[in-house]
Design a protein around this ligand. Structure first.
Ligand SMILES: Nc1ncnc2c1ncn2[C@@H]1O[C@H](COP(=O)(O)OP(=O)(O)OP(=O)(O)O)[C@@H](O)[C@H]1O
Ligand SMILES: [Mg+2]
Length: 788
């Protein structure tokens, strides 16, 4: 595309921001003003200037955001160029770098990644080994403390040496945290595994300790771009700084009013200090919001004005004035569900909208349940985004543990998960012995069972044989690793491990669902291989699949937005997205703002920013709802409307008489002195907050209501946006396809089926496509809709 035409699609300030590339720049602007657009167009602009795509590093907050940006750059500059960009989340980009450089930091390139549950399990084990009381040393709390330390780049040694940390831990009566931290890290390293925080921590260490490596990456990344900069933490900030130090060609965009991740260590100072880091930095402000109506923008402005600590911004919209924000009160959470479902149905008819134009945003995942019910009653299709993720399901985690074990046999948590799954008569006592022996000899669990006799593993011959069989089984898979594709090896593992047999013997509904999930997993791996092959890569092994899967975060567990479904998600997950119609629900004191944030002004301001993020997702219509009673923690409580409703200027609200009555009047903000407190002062608050949040999450875990499989969870789209059409289920004669049927295939477009052959898994259709010629589709994997 001609670059001049491209720049025409920007306003004056955006254009200036895109064209300035001589040094560091910061785009600071309110929601919907085109920050992400500036980054995307800047990439196109740089490519057009001749900068090779592999010299551009672009960091986003979610994999989904990266995919979208890549797709857009692809449209502008061609797909093959877009593919070569270094574009992804901090975690995915840095894990890629760490795999290449693993040896330099004491790992090997096949390291596996612990998810949060694995980390917690290891911490639990260590607490037990130290014979500490887990009521005092609460694993969740210790995990949060270690995570905070890592994000602040405090190593176990530095932790142990810090007087401040020690004083804090003594006061909190948990003086052994430093020992737990040390053991935890040593164990991770010994088992060649990293937790999520390590991906950032070790990248920093790598660059700090290996200047020659840093130099390589500084040279590679000639231009660095960061979206959602307000939510970067110290480790992320520092790694960007190190990379950009050589050339200062870095552009970050963000909005301090949308900083909502301080509980994960995000530090808004990064935005505020940008200018002191780079005195020569140019700052660009964007003021025009292109997303929302004037009423929505003005309402959001009036809300965020109530926060003391923020950079002054002027945000306006020249779109239509639009409708006022509607406020609705319900007698109960149940009724709230009905109100929202009715409104969706009305609006869909009156505005001829599609279901995918609607989103329901809530503060906590637990709130989705009532909406699931009310939408289902009305036959409104919906999708929960970031709900119980496919990869968190037990049977899937079990299979993934096998994969991890095969890729990295030292992986301790994976070992423990599968040593007796499917049941093979290796009990806890034996596992205990293996763990003890491993520690005694400084070996991994895997090495210990490799030669039980040599290591004096005190087990009887029967058990020794079982261990030996297990070892042989896994070893067989390991041998296949270099030669088999991810799909081939995964299929072999599912079969030969006995997992498939176990699932297929179980004909209960749960068993059937397990079978479907296994099928779905293998189908997904197949697609993954196919799409990578299409992208020109070769030898797509299990390790490639595993790297991709381990980095999927909550926000990425989506199916595609284009589907004809109402979306439900937490506000945290909605960052950066936009929808025509937005419902922000559960606007009640103690829920939103949540009870644990109310007592401190900083917490309250963050909650208010969260509300700001929610409202600013809306393009045309926004409804705010609250219930007067709600079922929580096993009982029905009466609730008061959120004080935030009062924060919005009445002129932008459409509230029936009495709806706003009882909202907290005259709530006065305490003066906060210096809003951005020192790290030290924050620490206690943050930990407490995290602890309560975790607790809340576990209390509120969504009860599982049997719904259709698709709605029950959402499977991450790790392939790419091409999987846009609803997936054909993988069961038997499901294809329901006949000769003569007209189908729409996601890649080949429209075509007519001319023949069908083969049985069950190998059933194939020959299709004459209008524009893609004749193709044979393996129905098990083909993605299409029957349209006639
Ligand atoms: N100059 C423009 N002309 C037309 N549309 C625009 C322009 N700038 C931005 N938009 C559109 O406005 C919407 C918001 O833009 P974008 O998502 O880039 O904003 P943002 O500042 O990143 O928002 P957020 O803070 O929510 O992440 C998008 O749909 C984008 O395509
Ligand atoms: Mg954005």
């Amino acid at each position: 595309m001609d670059i001049e035409n491209l720049l025409q699609e920007l306003n004056e300030s955006q254009r200036k921001a895109v064209e300035y590339n001589d040094g560091p720049s910061l785009v600071i602007a309110g929601a919907g003003s085109g920050k992400t657009r500036v980054l995307t167009y800047k990439i196109a602009y740089l490519l057009n200037l001749g900068l090779p795509p592999h010299n551009i590093l672009s960091l986003t907050f979610t994999n989904k955001a990266a995919r979208e940006m890549k797709a857009r750059v692809g449209q502008l500059m061609g797909e093959s160029v877009a593919r070569r960009l270094w574009m992804g989340t901090f975690h995915s980009i840095f894990s890629r770098i760490l795999r290449t450089e693993a040896e330099k930091i004491g790992f090997t390139s096949n390291f596996t990644i612990f998810d949060s549950a694995d980390s917690r399990n290891l911490i639990k084990t260590i607490i037990k080994e130290y014979q500490l009381d887990d009521k005092t040393y609460k694993p969740a709390r210790i995990q949060a403390m270690i995570s905070n330390a890592k994000n602040a780049l405090v190593s176990p040694v530095a932790y142990a040496q810090s007087k401040e940390m020690q004083e804090y831990d003594m006061k909190a009566k948990i003086p052994m945290v430093r020992d737990i931290y040390r053991s935890y890290n040593a164990r991770l390293q010994a088992s060649n595994t990293m937790d999520f925080d390590d991906l950032l921590y070790y990248t920093n260490r790598l660059f700090r300790d290996h200047p020659e490596v840093l130099k390589t990456y500084q040279d590679r990344f000639q231009f660095i771009l960061v979206d959602e900069y307000q939510d970067t933490n110290f480790a992320q900030y520092l790694v960007v700084k190190q990379l950009a130090d050589a050339h200062h060609r870095v552009c970050v965009v963000g909005d301090d009013a949308q900083s909502i991740y301080s509980f994960r260590g995000a530090n808004i100072d990064n935005i505020l200090n940008y200018k002191s880091n780079y005195p020569e930095a140019r700052i660009f402000k964007l003021e025009q919001n292109y997303r929302s109506t004037q009423n929505i923008v003005n309402a959001a402005n009036s809300l965020i004005k109530q926060n003391k600590g923020q950079i002054q911004k002027n945000v306006f919209s020249e779109n239509q004035v639009g409708e006022k924000l509607e406020v609705a009160s319900a007698f109960s959470d149940f009724e709230e569900g009905i109100i929202v479902a009715n409104k969706i149905q009305d609006l869909r008819r009156s505005k001829d909208s599609s279901y995918s134009d609607f989103v329901i945003l809530y503060r906590t995942n637990a709130q989705s349940r009532v909406f699931e019910e009310s939408l289902r009653k009305k036959n409104i299709p919906y999708r929960i985004y970031g709900g119980l993720s496919f990869y968190q399901r037990k049977e899937i985690k079990d299979v993934i543990a096998y994969f991890r074990m095969v890729v990295n046999p030292k992986d301790e948590e994976a070992f423990k998960r599968i040593i007796n799954y499917p049941t093979r008569g290796i009990g806890n006592t034996t596992v205990g012995k293996i763990v003890d022996t491993a520690q005694l000899h400084n070996l991994s669990l895997w090495e210990t069972i490799g030669d039980p006799l040599a290591h004096n593993l005190n087990v009887n011959t029967g058990t020794a044989k079982k261990l030996n069989d297990f070892h042989t089984l896994i070893d067989g898979f390991i041998k296949e690793l270099p030669v088999a594709s991810a799909y081939e090896l995964a299929t072999k593992i599912v079969k030969e491990s006995g997992i498939a047999r176990e699932a297929y013997q179980d004909q209960t509904p749960e068993g059937m669902s397990r079978q479907e999930n296994l099928q779905e997993l293998l189908g997904g791996i197949h697609e993954f291989c196919e799409s990578r092959l299409e992208e020109g890569e070769q030898n797509i092994g299990l390790i490639d699949f595993l790297s991709e899967v381990s980095l999927l975060s909550d926000q990425d567990t989506d199916k595609e937005v284009e589907q004809e479904k109402v979306t439900m998600m937490t506000i945290h997950a909605s960052k950066g997205l936009e929808f025509k119609n937005v419902f922000v629900v559960g606007l009640e004191e103690d829920l939103f703002p949540s009870s644990m944030t109310k007592s401190e002004p900083k917490g309250l301001e963050e909650e208010r920013r969260l509300f700001y993020v929610a409202i600013t997702r809306a393009e045309q219509f926004c409804m705010l709802t609250y219930a007067k009673s709600r079922f929580r923690n096993g009982q029905t409580n009466s609730c008061n409307p959120s004080r935030f409703l009062k924060d919005i200027d009445r002129e932008f609200l459409n509230a029936n008489a009495g709806v706003l009555e009882g909202t907290m009047g005259g709530f006065s903000q305490q003066t906060q002195g210096n809003f951005w407190d020192t790290v030290r002062r924050n620490r206690e608050e943050k930990e407490e907050l995290q602890e309560v949040k975790r607790k809340e999450e576990s209390i509120f875990e969504r009860p599982q209501i049997p719904v259709s499989r698709e709605d029950k969870y959402s499977k991450p789209n790790f392939v790419n946006a091409r999987n846009a059409e609803p997936k054909t289920p993988l069961t038997k004669d499901i294809y329901g396809i006949q000769v003569g049927a007209v189908i729409k295939h996601e890649r080949f477009g429209i075509g007519t089926v001319s023949a069908i052959e083969g049985d069950a898994a190998s059933r194939k259709a020959t299709v004459e496509f209008e524009n893609a010629g004749v193709k044979q589709l393996l129905l098990k994997f083909a993605r299409f809709d029957i349209i006639g």
